[in-house]
Design a protein around this ligand. Structure first.
Ligand code: ATP
Length: 348
């Protein structure tokens, strides 16, 4: 069992704030993903939990016990990094066994534990190979097996898929999801890839410049982003965001007029998702020249430019039109997200 409490933890280097006031309880067996752009403080948060970095503020508790002053080796956590950090002169079997040896685990149990961990990541046939004789995906699986083998209470994974090619990333992602279900261990997973976050997480924490922007289930965050930054970070493609004026419940920007919105008059950032809008015959709320069209296989993504922003809508895969031809796009007011134009905070 491992519930992790982060009580207003922070990290400062001189006057620079790397992580600010991070306050969250991570439930036993939860799969929590830290998501955000480069430099937002994800790795630093994780390193504080691992004990590789001192928290300059706040308390870290594991099952109610404060661990701030505990050495990394005494915290029952296993880490998997983007660089696999395997020992090149040891074969797969010995690499996986390594944590058992250094932790003084009863040697008579090693073989069974190594074989069980390697079977879980489907490496049974590679135990005698050296890391140099493996593909990137296989090396990452050795790193996963090495983390699994000692049955820790907490897994910390820092971008474990980022060195893999796109196809391998998808299959290894599925394997991590399956493993986490099987192992049922509290996991904190760092990524800047929103698809990884959405597919793996029980809850996602979105960070920006050291500050938590929103914590929620993937569905919560997708359906109700707390601010324009979160809205622009989650979803594929990112949510369309257009700045304009609201007056009497009608939003207006060049090429756009959407009525039936329930917010006070003023400047607003209006958002909607490509999948929540349709190409209309005519009479849609957006009428603008086509900027580009992309075939996705199951759909055609049609994009127009509004102000500086690219606004995309998912059309039928058989939709055909010419660039610069005017397209009419319909979007229901209830599919619109409204954000304060200055602060980005959700207002409707
Ligand atoms: P990435 O996705 O690029 O790994 P990240 O979200 O994991 O980014 P962190 O590595 O946690 O970001 O870094 C957060 C901020 O803290 C960055 O601005 C980084 O430059 C800064 N930082 C990290 N380590 C130090 C350090 N030792 N001294 C000063 N600043 C640091």
């Amino acid at each position: 069992m491992a519930e992790i409490q982060l009580r207003n933890i922070g990290k400062r280097w001189g006057s620079f704030v790397g992580v600010d006031n991070f306050d969250l309880t991570i439930a036993d067996k939860e799969f929590l993903v830290l998501l955000g752009p480069s430099g937002c403080g994800k790795t630093t948060t994780m390193r504080m939990i691992a004990g590789l970095e001192d928290a300059t503020e706040g308390d870290i508790l594991v099952d109610g016990q404060r661990v701030n002053d505990m050495e990394p080796k005494d915290r029952d956590v296993a880490m998997v990094f983007q660089s696999y950090a395997l020992y090149p002169n040891l074969n797969v079997y010995e690499n996986i066994r390594f944590p058992l040896r250094v932790r003084g685990v009863d040697p008579s149990t090693h073989d069974e534990k190594v074989r069980r961990a390697s079977a879980m990541v489907e490496l049974d046939d590679f135990l005698h190979r050296k890391p140099a004789e493996l593909s990137g995906g296989q090396r990452q699986r050795v790193a996963l097996a090495r983390a699994i083998v000692r049955q820790p209470n907490v897994f910390l994974m820092d971008e474990p898929l980022s060195n893999l090619d796109a196809k391998l990333r998808v299959s290894t992602r599925a394997q991590i999801k399956n493993l986490s279900h099987e192992l049922a261990v509290t996991t904190i997973y760092v990524t800047h890839d929103q698809i990884e976050a959405m597919t793996l997480a029980d809850r996602v924490v979105i960070m920006k410049r050291g500050v938590v922007q929103q914590v929620g289930t993937p569905v919560d965050i997708y359906d109700r982003p707390a601010n324009a930054f979160v809205a622009s970070f989650i979803g594929n493609p990112a949510m369309n965001l257009v700045e304009g004026e609201i007056s009497g419940g009608t939003f207006r920007a060049k090429h756009v007029e959407i009525s039936g919105l329930n917010v006070p008059d003023g400047t607003i950032t209006l958002g909607f998702r490509a999948e929540d809008a349709n190409v209309a015959e005519s009479g849609g709320q957006i009428n603008a020249p086509i900027y580009t069209m992309e075939l996705l296989g199951d759909a055609t993504m049609v994009s127009v430019r509004i102000g500086g922003a690219l606004v995309s809508v998912k059309a039928d895969k058989n939709y055909r039109a010419e660039i610069d031809e005017t397209v009419s796009i319909s979007v229901a007011p209830e599919q619109c997200h409204l954000f304060d134009a200055t602060t980005g905070a959700r207002v409707g």
